[in-house]
Design a protein around this ligand. Structure first.
Ligand code: PEP
Ligand code: MG
Length: 555
């Protein structure tokens, strides 16, 4: 018996025969430059072929995983049609006299390289997408039309890596689990496997290979383990755990369509944190009460220039329309710190997390802010949008945003463009904002508490610094006092308060948060069901009565 360790990403336990899937090794081309026009023409043909392939895959995704899978292939199509990508290929062909094959790979590499240095999982995934699209374009140019042997795989599928396109050749009836050497925890493969309900383990780096073909295996995605040739005893134990897992899962699934109401009748809102249209699908499948945080800074990253008003308007409008009558909180771009595109950089900062970021940055770049606010007010006609200001430390910042909103309103009235004014809230994510939350509460329409930054600034520990992992206490009493202060201020002023940082999804903590008066929690879509189950099972009264326990813990 051998046990290999990775990370379980889509939970579940499967027992069966293992098949190792080997890709055909990448074909190396031996073409030389045949003139710019011919090379460009070949790229054009390959782009059209790939576009047709992506449309087919999109349809396949619609059939196998529903509408949620469609946006992944839409995202690929958007990269394929991205002017920046195509212009880079064009430049490489004309300027550097590269042949089509080299140009598409190089354009993919250089575009991905602009995204990779940013310490953000979402952008890293976008970089992967760009590389995947350019690789597939390359394969089209060298005449590889894809591998369909995956359709025959039964049982547990192991591979070094898989692409979303390859995933579409897999059926959940045949494949009981997937084990991969390379794939990020929040990669598209992970999203697709989640939607297809196939247990997934990634990061098994101890040499998965064809010698494992045909072995009996257990993929324990609960613990991130792949067990090869298990003993009878282990097999029996795992069978039992598998049954328990399936029972618990069925129970959890019952919460997918439910309202979130505590056992003693208090209605709590569970909303979704999103970074773009792609995340909406996951949110919608769990019947969330709205989008509690749309991190719009992601729309500005990984490009050579800022999206214009029209481009932003279309995205905000689409999110609002897809959410129907449910609210959507759009946060003003929180650029700066680790999220600053080159085209907006104004010199190096010694300490960017404490530098020109969030609303401070926007107030320096008023043109950029005006464009975003104009797009948001116009999109507000199509749904229930509110505006959230990030990284606030003073009332004056709120008042300045309000002034700019008035300006934007005047402009839109003058041009006759339809728009709607929106409620304005602030992020409570700096100790300063929490400490002046009484003043802020009288001047805004809602609070959203960002516990990620609130924690880092309160305990003065960089949230990105891996060396501090063992020092950061997410339950630090100082943070809880500030949360409590902000909640009290909101209640006194009669405005709603939600939590949108990571702590919002912490099931140990949510009873406390609810007992002090938080009525909305905004979390990443994957955390919705467990959070809802915890809330539906709790009684607010129990926790309010047991406040002594919390007092000791948090004060
Ligand atoms: C936070 O700081 O808690 C928050 C939600 O914002 P972000 O994680 O985007 O900084
Ligand atoms: Mg923050």
């Amino acid at each position: 018996m051998t046990r290999l360790q990775g990370t379980g990403v889509v939970s579940g336990i499967a027992i069966g025969v293992l098949t190792f899937y080997e890709k055909e090794t990448a074909v190396i081309h031996n073409r030389t430059y045949a003139g710019a026009e011919q090379e460009e023409h070949r790229v054009g043909e390959a782009v059209s072929q790939l576009d047709i392939e992506l449309i087919t895959l999109k349809d396949a995704a619609l059939t196998s995983v529903g509408s949620q899978g469609v946006s992944l292939f839409e995202a690929y199509r958007m990269i394929l049609q991205d002017l920046l990508f195509l212009e880079e290929i064009h430049a490489l062909i004309y300027r550097d006299r590269m042949c089509a094959e080299d140009a598409v790979l190089e354009a993919g590499r250089s575009l991905a390289a602009t995204l990779l240095p940013m310490e953000d999982a979402y952008l890293k995934q976008r970089a992967e997408d760009v590389k995947a699209v350019s690789q597939r374009l390359y394969e089209k140019l060298v005449g590889d039309h894809g591998d369909e042997t995956l359709e025959q795989v039964q049982g547990i599928l192991a591979a070094q890596t898989l692409t979303p396109a390859e995933m579409m050749h897999i059926s959940r009836e045949n494949v009981s689990a997937i084990v991969l050497e390379h794939a990020a925890e929040n990669s598209h493969i992970a999203i697709l496997a989640g939607l297809m309900d196939i247990p997934l383990i990634v990061g098994v780096r101890q040499g998965l290979g064809p010698d494992m073909n045909g072995l009996t295996a257990i993929a324990d995605a609960e613990r991130g383990a792949l067990i090869l040739s298990p003993t009878e005893e282990v097999l029996k134990q795992m069978e039992k755990r598998r049954e328990q897992f399936l029972e618990a899962k069925e129970l959890l699934q019952q919460y997918a369509d439910r309202d979130t109401v505590t056992a003693d009748g208090k209605r709590i809102r569970i909303e979704a944190n999103i970074s773009g249209l792609v995340d909406l699908d996951g949110a919608l499948q769990y019947n969330v009460d709205g989008v509690g945080l749309f991190r719009t800074e992601f729309l500005f990253l990984g490009r050579k220039e800022a999206p214009n008003e029209e481009q932003q308007y279309r995205i905000y409008r689409k999110v609002a329309e897809r959410m129907g009558d449910k609210p959507v909180v759009i946060r003003i771009m929180d650029l700066g710190a680790d999220k600053m595109p080159d085209y907006l950089k104004t010199g190096e900062e010694e300490n960017p997390a404490m530098g020109l970021r969030g609303i401070r940055f926007c107030l320096e770049k008023k043109g950029l802010l005006r464009t975003q606010l104009s797009a948001i007010l116009r999109a507000a006609v199509h749904g229930r949008i509110s505006l959230l200001i990030p990284m606030v430390v003073s009332l004056s910042e709120v008042l300045q945003v309000r002034e700019i909103l008035e300006d934007v309103k005047r402009m839109l009235t003058l041009t006759g463009e339809p728009f709607r004014m929106v409620p304005v809230g602030v992020m409570i994510e700096t100790p300063a904002a929490a400490l002046i939350s009484d003043t802020l509460a009288r001047n805004v329409d809602f609070f959203s508490i960002g516990t990620n930054d609130l924690t880092q600034y309160t305990i003065a520990m960089d949230r990105q610094n891996a060396k501090l992992k063992n020092y950061i206490n997410p339950y630090h009493p100082a943070v809880f006092r500030l949360i409590r202060m902000a909640v009290d201020s909101a209640q006194k002023a009669g405005i709603p308060v939600s939590i949108c940082g990571e702590l919002a999804g912490d099931v140990t903590l949510c009873p406390y948060l609810i007992s002090i008066g938080v009525t909305a929690l905004s979390v990443s879509p994957t955390r919705v069901l467990t959070l809802r189950k915890t809330i539906c099972e709790m009684r607010v009264d129990d926790y309010t009565d047991r406040n002594d326990q919390w007092k000791e813990y948090f004060s």
